[in-house]
Write a protein of this length. Structure first.
Length: 297
């Protein structure tokens, strides 16, 4: 019979409960006091000691597990309102299942013992050692914490990404636009806001002379007359870059959508950028905030 050290089991559960509650606070952006988190983890870890007593059968009951988890969450985050409490409980279970599932997945990924059964190769399951749990749990916790930060960053970006439609000479191009409050670019002559878009989606519409002009940022005499009347040169300056000229145009129609309806913008210029605006392709145009704010007002 293997020797079990109850104090080590208690200490590990104390640390794991504390880290799970901390992960929940990160996921939901809850502000939690250290003493409440420590007290909740202590309460959860002390109940593990019941497994070494005649009351161990109580801990295996699902009702007991639910009640214990409710108390742990209540001690750590309090009870402000019912929805707040349920969100905390569900996040606690999600973090627990995520970490537990990750440990099991890594365990079966790293083990190499296999056995043949009915002409098929099957994985030979073995028990997960405490050493493996102690080593992998902090790694999974750090990976989960980093991933939550990435998810929040993407969520923040996608909350400001809208659908945009631009019509040029009867042809419509659909874009993903990032509403950037830092984009205050305007035409100095007419004070018209400028929306910056990638050139690539319009490459099949523009004649070669216009494409060459956008790449070189210089006007050429062979621009077709129907295009020349639309062209504007807008000075702009980026971080670490000297002042340059952006080729902008007054196109047939520009519309943006909030997911429910399309709104047409009458006063806007479309500036074309020869390279990609987003490294991962999440958006291909930068929307001037005036385009959205003017409609909202």
């Amino acid at each position: 019979m293997p020797l079990i050290y109850a104090d080590l089991v208690w200490l590990l559960n104390l640390c794991f409960d504390a880290m799970l509650l901390w992960l929940v606070a990160i996921m939901l952006k809850r502000r939690v006091r250290l003493w409440r988190l420590t007290l909740a983890a202590l309460f959860g870890s002390l109940l593990v000691l019941l497994l070494f007593t005649p009351f161990a059968y109580m801990m295996s009951h699902i009702a007991t597990k639910l009640i214990v988890s409710f108390f742990i969450v209540w001690i750590c985050f309090g009870f402000h309102r019912f929805r707040f409490f349920i969100e905390n409980v569900l996040a606690f279970y999600f973090a627990t299942f995520m970490m537990g599932g990750g440990l099991i997945a890594f365990h079966f990924l790293l083990q190499s013992e296999i056995t043949a059964y009915s002409s098929q190769w099957l994985l030979h399951s073995t028990s997960i050692s405490w050493l493996f749990v102690v080593m992998m749990f902090p790694i999974l916790w750090l990976l989960s914490k980093m991933q939550m930060g990435t998810i929040r960053e993407k969520k923040l970006r996608f909350e400001h990404v809208i659908d945009v439609r631009v019509t040029c000479f009867g042809q419509t191009v659909c874009l993903k636009g990032l509403v950037d409050s830092g984009n205050q670019l305007r035409d100095p002559l007419t004070n018209t806001p400028v929306m910056i878009v990638e050139l690539q989606p319009f490459a099949h519409i523009f004649p070669p002379a216009v494409l060459q002009m956008i790449h070189k940022r210089t006007y050429t005499d062979d621009i077709p007359s129907e295009w020349a009347s639309r062209i504007r040169f807008v000075p702009y300056r980026a971080v670490g870059v000297e002042q340059q000229l952006l080729i902008a145009m007054k196109l047939d129609d520009v519309q943006w959508s909030d997911g429910k309806q399309w709104t047409s913008v009458t006063k806007v210029l479309v500036g074309f950028h020869p390279s990609s605006l987003s490294a991962d392709g999440e958006y291909n145009c930068i929307v001037h905030p005036h385009m959205v704010m003017s409609q909202a007002s």
